[in-house]
Design a protein around this ligand. Structure first.
Ligand SMILES: C[S@@+](CC[C@H](N)C(=O)[O-])C[C@H]1O[C@@H](n2cnc3c(N)ncnc32)[C@H](O)[C@@H]1O
Length: 201
């Protein structure tokens, strides 16, 4: 099954499926520092559980740009969150529109294993950060369980894997990000990097 079709099919069930991971999602994202006025790019946002978390922590000047390639995921998000600080964009993370830039924080939550060219995507996303901006790659399950779940789900995500720490760290670094946090536990994953203050786009 094509990837978009796979997630379109999953969309009406995603809130229910993901709910048990919410405490771990909050535990992981709760550690990510950002200012109340931050501009956040939430990639593969799904039905919006991470969007709701960010909006809850942002002040009136903060912004969340939520991106997903599944129209049904975005429909559910738009139906449940009405907030002037939220912009929803239907797009493939591998082919983001050029004007999406100038972010303080870029987040890939439960997304990276599904990307076909993750290294290139991370390099592109780093260019969309302001100097001093942060990139966060996170999961509400540990690597082993995540890879097993994809095995069991089969279909378009059967071979989707979270690469090893060495590779992910190397991809972050080659994208110009300095590693500030890496936590790989049996039940969560967090990699956080920061673009140099002196970086030019
Ligand atoms: C496992 S779900 C996670 C959703 C959300 N981040 C969460 O934690 O609830 C993966 C999401 O990424 C989206 N997705 C997967 N590959 C994508 C791509 N290449 N471009 C845009 N969205 C993508 C899917 O449609 C789906 O909504």
């Amino acid at each position: 099954m094509h990837r978009v079709a796979f997630f379109e099919d999953l969309a009406p069930r995603w809130d229910e499926i993901s709910r048990s991971g919410d405490p771990r999602m909050l535990e992981v994202l709760g550690q990510v520092p950002f200012a109340p006025q931050a501009r956040i790019l939430d990639l593969g946002c799904g039905t919006g559980r991470t969007v709701r978390h960010f909006l809850g922590r942002l002040g009136p000047a903060g912004r969340v740009t939520a991106v997903d390639f599944s129209p049904r995921m975005l429909e559910i998000l738009k139906g449940s969150v009405r907030d002037p600080r939220l912009v929803c964009v239907q797009a493939d993370v591998g082919e983001l529109p050029e004007p999406l830039e100038g972010f303080d924080l870029v987040v890939l939550f439960d997304l990276l294993p599904h990307l076909e060219r993750p290294r290139e995507v991370l390099a592109d996303l780093s260019r969309r950060l302001v100097p001093g901006g942060q990139m966060v790659l996170a999961h509400d399950v540990g690597r082993e369980q995540l890879n097993r779940v994809h095995d069991e789900q089969g279909g378009a995500v059967r071979a989707d894997r979270l690469p090893g720490d060495d590779l992910l760290v190397a991809w972050f670094q080659s994208a110009g990000l300095e590693i500030e946090d890496l936590q790989a536990t049996p039940s969560t994953y967090l990699l956080r990097g920061r673009k140099s203050q002196r970086a030019v786009r």
